[in-house]
Design a protein around this ligand. Sequence first.
Ligand SMILES: *Cc1c(COP(=O)(O)O)cnc(C)c1O
Length: 348
Amino acid sequence: MFDINKILRPNIKKLVPYSSARDEFKGEASVYLDANENAFGSPLDTAYNRYPDPLQYKVKKRLSEIKGVPPRNIFLGNGSDEAIDVLFRSFCNPRVDNVILVPPTYGMYEVSANINDVETRKVLLTEDYQLNLEGIAEAIDEHTKMIFICSPNNPTGNSINREDVETLLANFSGLVVVDEAYINFSRQKTFIQELTEYANLVVLQTLSKAWGLAGLRVGMAFASEEIIEVMNKVKPPYNINEASQQLALEALSNIDIVNNWIKETLNQRDKLVLQLKSFDFVLDIYPSDANFILIKTTGAREIYNYLVQQGIIIRDRSKVELCEGCLRITIGTPAENETLINALQNYK
Ligand SMILES: *Cc1c(COP(=O)(O)O)cnc(C)c1O
């Protein structure tokens, strides 16, 4: 049922991509006089005078070993935010097409849609923060190109029911984008293994959260080879800089330390939930599959302002629909979480 040619923008279908010096000659040579680089070097100890690998082969090869997908099914973006933008630019005709968003969810989908002048159709999650499949079905028309599902969801923290996502994958003829930025903290399994099953699936992950590399800006998209090819054609040629490629590669060989942080984060999350339960201004604590928790309070803004005065910054989500009175708290180090709890003990 899914046919990439039916959803591609016509200008992208016929796009002749930029051909860089690194595309024209890919082998090893002793003298490179093809890219107008500074042949003498750079003022830094590490040589950054050469353009980086446009398709980031070494990083993808390592990721491929970790994730169990071939490199040809991996796209790397300057953060997953770039992957989101590239999807819009590849598949959505401005002022013609639309996408489905299911708020409360991650804000970048809407911003990226607005930048690209693409209509967003919002179908609120249910009261228990799950998909309203009937509402989504009603919102879809022949110009609907993508549906964005964030699971575990930001800011609510819960995972979206797998069968519901599979229902969309099986019945929607556009792309289903499953954003798994927080998957490393989740009890649910990734959708990456469903790539062979669904041609319209795009899975987003990132090095920004569990991997602790938000500053490097490296995000991943996993999809069919034909989707990845389009995304590579549309992205800026050198979108991941050489320093980020080298450092990401190095970080990816340190899985053990990351897994230990994940375990510690989950322990700290459980502990924080127990402690927060004892405060009478905390009305509800939503189940979390992520490295943050959403809590409903009697007065979100007041608590937020009080904590700012104490030098503690959390996220006030109380203006977000279905999140009235809610605060989002990232799980910190044991010492940071203790500081937070101590501060809250002195509130009011
Ligand atoms: C933090 C986050 C991202 C990460 O974006 P990067 O650009 O990779 O840093 C993506 N999606 C969601 C839902 C997030 O919360």
